[in-house]
Design a binder for this molecule. Structure first.
Ligand code: CMP
Length: 141
């Protein structure tokens, strides 16, 4: 079993797609071990996306991610990081394969429905950003 993090982003939550996205992930064999609904502060969004701080889209990304509630979801599955990235689709929904979450629910390269950790190492860092060890252990089967 491997752990990863998705964030159902403010566009998906506002559009009422959170339930469909979680159902899609469960159909793909992911177990939800923890979930929260929260509106990120500027400081939290800046810290979470710090690796992108030199990118031209950073300020806009922070604005978008703080614009309303989002839902961090801790997931487990064999090969979870790689499988989530396949199921999620390309960053730009115009390039996402048909049937992927971003092809189904994203509206732009920024409002792209969900986030997915890009490596097992970053998954641990990102899970720890939102969830305590006790919360993650309590939700395991
Ligand atoms: P995510 O996978 O969460 O990681 C970085 C986010 O930056 C990305 O999804 C998008 O929401 C956002 N973003 C906005 N513009 C761009 C861009 N031109 N290239 C990549 N990511 C972008």
């Amino acid at each position: 079993m491997e752990a990863t993090l998705t964030i159902i982003k403010p566009d998906s939550v506002a559009a009422g797609n959170a339930g469909n996205i979680i159902a899609h992930l469960e159909r793909e064999g992911f177990k939800v071990t923890a979930v929260k609904k929260l509106t990120l502060s500027q400081a939290q969004a800046r810290a979470f996306y710090e690796v992108h701080k030199e990118r031209p889209f950073y300020d806009s990304l922070v604005e978008f991610m703080t614009s309303g509630p989002s839902m961090p979801v801790a997931l487990e599955r064999d090969n979870a990081v790689k499988h989530l990235r396949a199921v999620m689709g390309a960053t730009n929904p115009a390039e996402a394969d048909q049937g992927t979450i971003r092809s189904l629910y994203a509206t732009s390269i920024e409002a792209n429905a969900i986030h997915g950790s890009d490596s097992a190492e970053n998954a641990q860092i990102e899970l720890g950003f939102f969830f305590s060890r006790a919360e993650l252990l309590a939700g395991r089967g």
